[in-house]
Write a new protein. Structure first.
Length: 765
DNA sequence: CAGTGAGCGAGCTTCCGCTTGACTT
């Protein structure tokens, strides 16, 4: 018999807490929820008043069995799941599943994982709060109703296996709407005039003063005119203002801000960040990584203060507690911080080190003094124009937290480099060194990255720290959106230069609209989004979650009955579902592009069985309609008639070579030549499938055939030695094995190969 | 891997949030 059994949610937390509690306590973990709505069917008896049908999922059976055993051997049972809606529900499910006594089971919560906080919690146990549990049940059931009633509508009206949900459907909506904004955006250009002035040379030294004209010029002509004025002008410093300013550090990391910064500073994807953070957490190096709180424990505040004072001195320290701003935050945990703030670095993988250092810096910086800056603005007047120049500069007087950390932003143009203004005086006359008018283009709103999408969802109060990464995976797995790159397009940028009394006009090309790892909607995502907007606008409303959250909060304080809340939501919702099923047609996103210029047949584009497809003609005619698939980056939404017609020019025959036909086309992996049932990729950038000739195709074919011949170094039947991208290797039973350095692969015998295979499998297994 | 677009029908898909491994490459 054990005296006390404490159940927490996470095994790593269990380990830590057991150390603090001593011998009389055994601490075990539930690994999150242990019970959920039945997987089959809806799992809710609506007629009886939304009675949930709970079951222990297969993968939790073992955990539950172990918990049962542990519970039966303990005198007192303490449930220390998190202090939020989900945590309270976990506690209640534990009581139900383990057959515990509601009154005798002690419910406690830890606000932080420190010895003091834990001993304090043990002193004041309570019982489970059923209002809070009911608000969780309402949340769970509402999500199930939304997901399991709308998804089947999509299977019928759009495509099988699709899904809709309170969170994912809004995430898709954001991406679809942003793409449409980008698509309809019209870029405008204007000319920005910048100057480099030379200050007077009192002591023989000339300094450069960079400034920008107070006005932009809409046309090149106007810019030239202004530069002509500048050529004759006398420049005088009109005003100088110096204003002190401060900059404050950002709060410590939450899940969302960690994901954003790790993406911007380290290039980690959202799921990568979570995986690395999980390892740091399990290794006891950081606090829990799924949190919406910016709160730091007293211990962390004190430790950080010590570190800052000893490393940087007293005046760099400023203890702060940040208020969590995000909507719907539940604050069951601390912010993400180093477990031991005095450890500036750790051992581990490169990624672990980098992420840890980021967390350390952010935490420490949050406890440091404001930076003091001095912002100088200078205005320069011209004697012959009302349009003058302005120069702004910033000097850091006291670096404060900047010494350790400065936050990154998503903004594309990195104009925020700090510029130091040279010493100047009011009334000083300046000569120009050169003045440049450069064409600037307005840019469309930026497409979402995984990280900026998380930020937006958090702002809307949609999703939770534990679901940001999975949600982003889901909408990609369903094919609604994809993370893609775009090469961008070249455009001409004009400029006018005034130098040495001469005005010259020039232009160069730059690449605009280049994208790296951005979220793009796919056709099926756009079709599903439009379908949901038409039929379930309430669910995809940006405020839907916030509205229901308000009601969950009322349930949690006993002001609203959870079944009543569900009833009020469900009856109109269910009617909409049935109405949509009965009355709405199948949605294919069809667009008629026009008439075929030669045959006059209708050309349309839509979602077909195997993906987006262009169709010429229809089945009412004598001739069967013709079909062609869209290319990878084309969308149903903005395909033109010309682009559609071009798709029918492929695949095309190049003619007969040695009795066999040679065909060129575009497949999943780009343009190809097919000959004797083998596929040969065309060279990117050099070969165009629409104009490539048989002669060139033969070159490509013989090159690849030669490579393939060279690929096999030796063939022993099951075991083969091949030349790969990373050098020679052995392949055996679909597994690949590296050949030790310094070994000539050509002389290896079958026995040698078996030895290498044996060694490698041992070290792995 | 690089196609497909005739039609029928059975059986399957799906949510959000809380937790980690167990899988394969």
């Amino acid at each position: 018999m054990i005296e006390n059994l404490v159940i927490v949610e996470s095994p790593a937390k269990a380990k830590t807490i057991e150390k603090f509690l001593g011998k009389d306590f055994r601490v075990v973990s539930s690994f999150g929820h242990i019970r959920d709505l039945s997987k089959k069917n809806l799992g809710i008896d609506i007629e009886k008043g939304f009675v949930p049908d709970y079951e222990v999922p297969k993968d939790k059976a073992k955990v539950v069995a172990e918990l049962r055993k542990a519970a039966s051997e303990a005198k007192n049972i303490w449930i220390a799941s998190d202090e939020d809606r989900e945590g309270e529900a976990i506690a209640w499910h534990l009581i139900k599943v383990l057959d515990l006594d509601v009154q005798l089971t002690k419910r406690i919560v830890f606000h932080e994982i420190t010895k003091d906080a834990i001993s304090e919690a043990i002193k004041s146990p309570r019982t489970v709060d059923m209002n809070l549990v009911n608000s969780q049940q309402a949340r769970r059931i509402l999500d199930r109703l939304v997901g399991f009633e709308i998804s089947p509508v999509l299977w019928k009206k759009v495509q099988p296996s699709l899904s809709a949900g309170r969170v994912q459907s809004v995430a898709v909506r954001l991406i679809v709407e942003r793409e449409r904004e980008v698509f309809s955006f019209k870029s405008e250009s204007s000319f920005r005039v910048t100057a480099v002035f030379l200050t007077g040379k009192d002591d023989g030294k000339q300094a450069e003063l960079r400034a920008e004209a107070s006005k932009k010029f809409p046309t090149e002509e106007e810019a030239v005119k202004y530069l002509e004025l500048c050529r004759e002008a006398v420049f005088k410093i009109n005003t100088i203002t110096v204003k002190p300013g401060t900059r404050s550090p950002a709060p410590p990391f939450t899940t969302s801000t960690l994901q954003q910064e790790a993406y911007r500073k380290l290039g980690f994807s959202v799921s990568q960040t979570m995986a690395v953070a999980q390892r740091l957490y399990e290794g006891g190096k950081i606090t829990y990584m799924r949190t919406d709180s910016t709160n730091l424990s007293k211990l962390a505040l004190a430790k950080s203060h010590e570190v800052i004072v000893s490393e940087y001195g007293d005046k760099y320290s400023k203890t702060r507690q940040f208020k969590t701003k995000s909507k719907g935050a539940q604050e069951a945990h601390e912010a993400i911080r180093p477990a031991y703030p005095d450890k500036q670095s750790i051992t581990g993988s490169q990624q672990e080190k980098m992420l840890y250092e980021l967390i350390w810096k952010r935490t420490i910086a949050s406890q440091m003094a404001d930076a003091q800056v001095e912002r100088t603005s200078i205005s320069i007047e011209l004697n012959n124009s009302a349009v003058g120049f302005n120069a702004t500069g910033e000097v850091v007087v006291f670096d404060g937290f900047l010494r350790v950390y400065s936050e990154s932003y998503d903004s594309e143009n990195g104009d925020d480099e700090r510029y130091v203004i040279p010493p100047v005086k009011k009334g000083m006359l300046l000569n120009y060194d050169k003045i440049t008018a450069t064409e600037r283009f307005t840019s469309p709103p930026p497409r979402y990255t995984e990280a900026s999408l998380v930020k937006k969802l958090e702002e809307l109060g949609i999703g939770r720290p534990s679901t940001y990464a999975p949600t982003i995976s889901t909408i990609q797995n369903r094919g609604y959106v994809a993370r893609e790159d775009r090469p961008g397009e070249k455009r001409k940028v004009r400029s006018v230069l005034l130098d040495d009394n001469k005005i010259t006009q020039a232009s160069k090309t730059e690449v605009a609209g280049k994208e790296k790892s951005k979220l793009f909607p796919k056709d099926i995502g756009m079709i599903v989004n439009d379908f949901l907007m038409e039929n379930f606008s309430e669910i995809v409303d940006y405020n839907f979650t916030a509205d229901v959250e308000e009601q969950f909060d009322e349930i949690a304080i006993g002001k609203l009955k959870w079944t009543g809340m569900l009833e009020k939501f469900y009856s109109p919702f269910h009617k909409t579902v049935q109405n949509t099923l009965e009355k709405k047609d199948k949605k294919t996103g069809i667009r008629v592009l026009g008439k075929h210029p030669e045959t006059g047949e209708t050309v349309s584009v839509k979602m077909g069985r195997y993906g987006p497809v262009v169709q010429i003609g229809d089945s009412t005619n004598e001739d069967k309609p013709k079909f062609a698939s869209l290319l990878k980056n084309q969308l149903i939404e903005n395909l033109t008639l010309d682009e559609a017609l071009l798709l029918f020019r492929l695949p095309r025959s190049l003619g007969i070579h040695e009795d066999d036909e040679m065909v060129v086309g575009i497949g999943k992996f780009g343009p190809y030549v097919r000959f004797r049932n083998k596929f040969y990729s065309l060279k990117k950038g050099t070969d165009d499938p629409y104009i490539v000739t048989m002669e060139r195709a033969l070159e490509i074919i013989s090159e690849k055939d030669l490579n393939e011949k060279q690929k096999v170094i030796n063939d022993f039947g099951e075991i083969r030695i091949l030349n790969g991208r990373y050098g020679p290797y052995i392949t055996f039973e679909k597994k690949n094995f590296r050949i030790p350095k310094g070994t000539d692969p050509a002389v290896l015998t079958k026995e040698d190969c078996l030895k290498i295979i044996g060694n490698n499998s041992k070290s792995k297994g």
